[in-house]
Design a protein around this ligand. Structure first.
Ligand SMILES: [Zn+2]
Length: 232
């Protein structure tokens, strides 16, 4: 059951769950506040938790919103580790292309909806990252001595990549923001799960063996988390 509320001028969505054991308060990537709580906890108790964390929550909301894309002229996108400025141009044929340090979207008609621009950027990300992942999956299969696994690129917001129990890899189209070292680490990480299906000591030792700087690379990917959100 979901309800809306507001306390200390912080709007929130409350979801009561039978499976929740604790009150959890999260700021989502779009800057909204989501609260999960068990049925037995009173609304007053939940709001007391929000009020007691109001400073941290307000800062987190501001942080998240700063990184939201507008899909208007001047919006900045990362592409292969480089920054590109969005430029919307009126033309006769719809298209998207990198030109210098601009990401040029050509549209037909009077104006273009942000959602259309978003869809075009996502498609470019998907296509480009798929082509970049292909040789990396081959490379790491060779180095790790495993059979080359099948992989797909999906519109995932919550994870950069994953490896299924059946050995299938999934990558988010948002991986296209990563530079070559970061993307290579990500592929190594997911493929190391074909050897160790966990995050055990052995798993980390395997990462260190193949990429001695993996901890720094991983930290640099975490730092990009907020900019990786591709929605309005
Ligand atoms: Zn993992």
């Amino acid at each position: 059951m979901k309800t809306q509320g507001k306390v200390a001028s912080i709007p929130y969505t409350l979801e009561r769950r039978r499976t929740s054991r604790l009150i959890s308060v999260r700021v989502l990537a779009d800057g909204t506040v989501k609260v999960n709580a068990p049925y037995r906890v009173s609304l007053a108790a939940i709001e007391r938790v929000i009020v007691s964390h109001q400073e941290t929550l307000r800062q987190a909301i501001v942080d998240q919103k700063m990184h939201l894309h507008t899909y208007q002229n001047g919006d900045v996108f990362l592409f292969g580790g480089e920054q590109y400025t969005l430029e919307l141009r009126q033309g006769t044929k719809q298209g998207i292309v990198l030109d210098g340090d601009s990401l040029v979207v050509t549209y037909c008609g009077e104006k273009v909806q942000p959602l259309v621009v978003q869809r075009m950027i996502k498609e470019l990300y998907r296509k480009t990252v798929k082509a970049r992942l292909e040789p990396l999956v081959t490379l790491w299969a060779g180095r790790l001595g495993v059979a080359k696994p099948p992989f797909s690129v999906r519109d995932s917001r919550s994870r950069w990549g994953s490896c299924s129990a059946k050995g299938r890899l999934n990558f988010s189209l948002r991986c296209q923001i990563l530079d070559e070292t970061q993307l290579s680490y990500l592929v190594l990480h997911e493929m190391a799960h074909l050897v160790h299906f966990n995050h055990s000591k052995d798993f980390h030792a395997l990462l260190a063996l193949h990429m001695s700087s993996y901890k720094q690379v991983q930290a640099s990917i975490f730092a990009l988390q907020k900019q990786s959100q591709l929605y309005l």
